[in-house]
Ligand binder design. Structure first.
Ligand code: PRX
Length: 643
């Protein structure tokens, strides 16, 4: 029996926490349900608008427009509006470098000054409203500065995670046809360096839209600078004009594009707009993360992922918070680094991923005991299902038994939290993301398109539009419609399976499509397959995610070699190198199995269920009668055993 099926323990919100929480009245759920548009409009009113909207929502499925006619600016909300409310001297950003001796802070006024200058730099390089800017930076303050500068002038940003390879960067630049790239010489992490500028140069060999490159000197490494194209950030900033008024953006103007893996090899350019997105990340930061003025809030995600966009930058800053940005890794220079960061900055709210918690569990509690973690009052998780044992460990050892845990389910597409406890209201069950956030309506459907009522399992859907929802896929509205709105009509098809229990609590069971979740990172099987077949020795490949205690899922690749090529350790190294080159190191397979054949149906479709079963060592592989050649299964088992 899996951990999840035993009767879960119920954790009530601690009384003291509940009495001080930003929201503690359960009536918010009913109120929002009665009139979700008014609910979200009330949340939107907590932001600054140059002009109020005429209409809360226009919904022509699958096209949503929120706060129609409203004018606002995300950077203005995150900076100027905070200063107007007396937060000018409050620390907005705490930056902790890879080396513990390296760090700095920015007040709201200081951050605004940087953002205005960099917005002017971008303008001088041709940036303008509606024209995407690509950003490929380490976790340094220049990253939020560049994002906010883009938002200030209305140039949508497209951030590419620093661990992505040159070719992944190139594809993302080419898809959005950015004219400016902001990068750095190199990215230090865990005592090692990633050569960002070198990757960028390689990407730019085949990215003709880029006219200007801004290079932040992070490490001071000597990097080649191309005349007329490349300029140093510090030199541009030294000459930049100081003042840059915020552009009055339409609520539905594009704020950013973020590429995410789908079930085909081509990443999806997920489009988020201005007013609705900000409303949702702001509201959820205040309600789910309970962010208050006194808090020091640390979201450990990289800004290159949606969690960093929404809950390291836009959510906490628009709520006037102090947000910690950490450049390094949990194990450098020593395995107690995170606990050191919490003690040093007196972090009160920690938001992280189950995979990190599981890796700490393995190391035991010794590292934690060396540090004073009593500042913590709330813990969050995101990115993948958290197994109850990891939840309990987090609660007991990191939270000292006193901090509520918010297990937040959402996606790049949803912009912000969708199913999550409210820490002052919702009793939690370890492993369940609990109930939809007020104003969000979730549901379950079976494969035939019937809605499942009450307790049951099925495919998760969202039944009403929500303000932070993606508006389309960049330049591909047809794929947007097909991916999310075709299967069940006018409800949003999530791509996750879930179970709903007797209390209406949701238990997310994972992806139901060909997308893997490796340490909370979304990677498509098709992307890894296409990287592998790009190697001349590979004739065909099939990739699956195998259940993994640490990472959630681990990547296993079955590979058929060309002609009479034989598998070897060297070839495994090469193939790993190939995946690193095409996608990035985070997508390398944990296991590569050379096989003479793959299990296919008579119509030629690969049966991944069987590949998963073999990789997980399952004895009973279920029904294999639909296979064109059932003897393939034994051959696969042999190949695996030979590995
Ligand atoms: O499968 C779900 C899982 O992560 C997917 C979304 O990935 P991405 O767009 O990269 O965004 C990650 C950060 C929001 C979902 O479809 N997922 C995310 N949060 C949870 C989760 N699975 C279970 N529980 C969660 N709390």
């Amino acid at each position: 029996m899996s951990e999840e099926q035993t009767t879960p323990k119920l954790y009530e919100p601690p009384e003291e926490f509940a009495s001080n929480a930003n929201v503690s009245d359960p009536a918010v759920y009913e109120e929002a349900e009665r009139d979700y548009k008014s609910f979200w409009a009330e949340r939107a009113r907590e932001l600054h608008w140059f002009r109020e909207w005429d209409e809360v929502l226009q919904w022509n499925p699958p096209e949503a427009k929120w706060f129609v006619g409203g004018k606002t600016n995300v950077a203005y909300n995150c900076l100027d509006y905070q200063i107007e409310q007396g937060r000018g001297d409050k620390v907005a950003l705490v930056w902790e470098g890879d080396e513990p001796s390296d760090g700095t802070t920015y007040t709201y006024s200081e951050l605004l000054a940087e953002v205005e200058k960099f917005a002017n730099v971008l303008k001088s390089l041709g940036a303008e409203k509606g024209k995407p800017v690509s950003i490929y930076l380490p976790m340094i303050p220049e990253l939020p500065v560049a994002m906010l500068a883009c938002a200030r002038i209305g140039a949508p940003h497209s951030i590419v995670f620093g661990a992505f390879s040159a070719s992944a960067l190139r594809d993302r630049i080419n898809d959005c046809e950015a004219t400016i790239l902001v990068t750095a010489d190199a990215a230090p992490r865990g005592g090692r360096k990633t050569p960002l500028k070198q990757n960028a140069d390689e990407a730019l060999e085949d990215a003709p839209s880029i006219e200007n490159v801004v290079v932040v000197r992070r490490t001071g490494d000597d990097v080649p600078m191309q005349d007329g194209r490349d300029r140093y950030y510090d030199e541009l900033m030294a000459d930049a004009e100081e003042s840059c008024p915020a552009e009055e953006m339409d609520s539905e103007d594009l704020l950013f594009i973020l590429y995410s893996s789908g079930s085909t090899g081509k990443p999806k350019g997920i489009v988020h707009t201005t007013g609705g997105y900000l409303t949702q990340v702001n509201a959820t930061t205040k309600w789910t993360m309970d962010l208050k003025d006194e808090d020091v809030y640390w979201c450990t995600a990289d800004i290159g992922w949606i969690t960093g966009h929404s809950y390291l930058v836009y959510g906490p800053l628009s709520a006037g918070g102090t947000s910690v940005q950490f450049e390094g890794t949990p194990a450098y220079p020593a395995s107690d680094r995170w606990w050191d960061v919490i003690e040093k900055h007196k972090v009160t709210i920690l938001y992280t991923a189950p995979t990190a918690i599981r890796s700490f569990m393995k190391g035991g509690t010794e590292d934690l005991e060396k540090h004073d973690l009593s500042s913590l009052r709330l813990l969050g998780t995101v990115g993948e299902p958290i197994n109850p044992r990891a939840w309990e460990w987090y609660h007991e050892n990191v939270g000292g038994g006193r901090c509520p845990i918010v297990d937040t389910w959402w996606q790049t597409e949803t912009g912000g939290h969708m199913i999550t406890p409210l820490p002052g209201i919702t009793p939690t069950k370890p492993g369940s993301a609990t109930r939809p956030f007020p104003g969000i309506e979730a549901g379950l459907f079976d494969e035939e398109g019937n809605e499942i009522e009450g307790e049951g399992s099925g495919n998760l859907v969202i039944k009403k539009p929500w303000p932070g929802m993606l508006r389309t896929l960049y330049k591909d509205p047809e794929r947007y419609r097909e991916t999310y709105w075709e299967k069940y009509g006018d409800v949003y098809f999530v791509g996750d399976g879930a179970r709903r229990d007797e209390d209406g609590y949701y238990w997310i069971t994972g992806r139901i499509d060909d997308v893997m979740n490796v340490s909370g990172h979304r990677i498509s099987t098709a992307e890894v397959e296409s990287a592998l077949v790009g190697h001349p020795a590979v004739a065909e490949s099939a990739v699956i995610g195998r259940a993994d205690e640490d990472k959630g899922q681990a990547i296993v690749a079955y590979v058929i070699l060309e002609g009479d090529r034989e598998g070897s350790d060297e070839l495994i190294q090469e193939l790993n190198g190939q995946v690193r080159k095409v996608i990035g190191a985070h997508a390398r397979p944990q296991e590569i199995i050379f096989t003479p054949d793959l299990p296919k149906t008579r119509s030629g479709k690969i049966m991944r269920r069987i590949l998963r079963g073999v990789a997980e060592g399952q004895q009973d592989l279920g029904d294999t009668s639909t296979l064109a050649d059932p003897s393939v299964v034994d051959a696969l088992k042999e190949s695996r055993a030979a590995n």
